[in-house]
Design a protein around this ligand. Sequence first.
Ligand code: NAD
Length: 311
Amino acid sequence: MEYRVLGKTNLEVSILSYGASPLGGFYGDMDEKKQIDSVHYAIRSGINFIDTSPYYGLTQSEIILGKALEVIPRDKFIMGTKVGRYGKDNFNFSYNRTIESVNESLKRMRLDYLDIVQVHDIEFSDLNQVVTETLPALIKLKNQGIIKHIGVTGLPLKSIDLLVDSNISPEIECILSYCHHSLNDNSLTSIIPKLKERNIGVINASFLSMGMLTERGPPDWHPASPAIKQKCLEAAEYCKQHGGNISKLALQYTLLNPDIQTHLVGMPCIENVKENLQTLTEPIDEILLQTVLDILSPIHNQTWPSGKFEN
Ligand code: NAD
């Protein structure tokens, strides 16, 4: 497993990391034992960064992680969770709720500190409140040693760009962007030079585009337009017919970018972890890649609205 330094955090994160939103049932209900086994298998295989949120399964993901992690030595994993989002339409970025939320997450996961806490989906916030309340609350927790590093997450790149660009939030050490660095959409590359210049770590989540770049296809709630879903389906079919696999290709494609330190993927079963680990060792099929990029070109960089920002 290759490890990269996550910007100012100085944390050495595995290039493939464990996304725990499926533990909250985002991709269908699963057996809890299988989920816990997948966490253990991932850590045993050298995956050291785990990302979750109180939002995932309305605390379910953190509760399952608590059960999984109690038998793992604390120095074997880097734990990231979030504050600010507590339901599909339930947001609270206030100072007091932020402090409370971190303490609740620690309790649920049976931990005494968190490596990374990120402000979850800033496009739904009043950015001014993030700067004047959420981040100061996180800085207080950081000064107390309860959390080690601070970041922000969001879909619209403009929201991240705005916070990073202004000198009002130098405490941001890493960002998590999702669905913006894969075969169908690589718009994240537009803000990478700025992040690099400021030594802000880059976590690329959902390179399977929240299930769209899988043979199984996206979950019902997926917000992409029918046109985007259709093209991804076509690309998946093409790969299958030519002896390839769209999920494999998506991982190999995203790994080509040396300026992204870790790629987060939801892996609620051991089979997913094994498959993705195997892919890390295999070279990309350049011809298949080019054809798939051509299939996806009509919807290239097309995304969907989220919160108060356009993409
Ligand atoms: P994803 O794109 O990682 O897709 C997950 C789905 O792909 C699951 O159904 C999983 O079973 C399946 N899968 C995984 N490996 C596979 C393989 N090799 N072959 C076939 N199917 C495979 O979507 P995600 O889980 O939503 O995103 C990854 C993680 O990123 C999340 O779990 C979460 O931790 C994080 N994330 C954060 C935000 C945010 O902060 N706003 C948003 C999205 C995702």
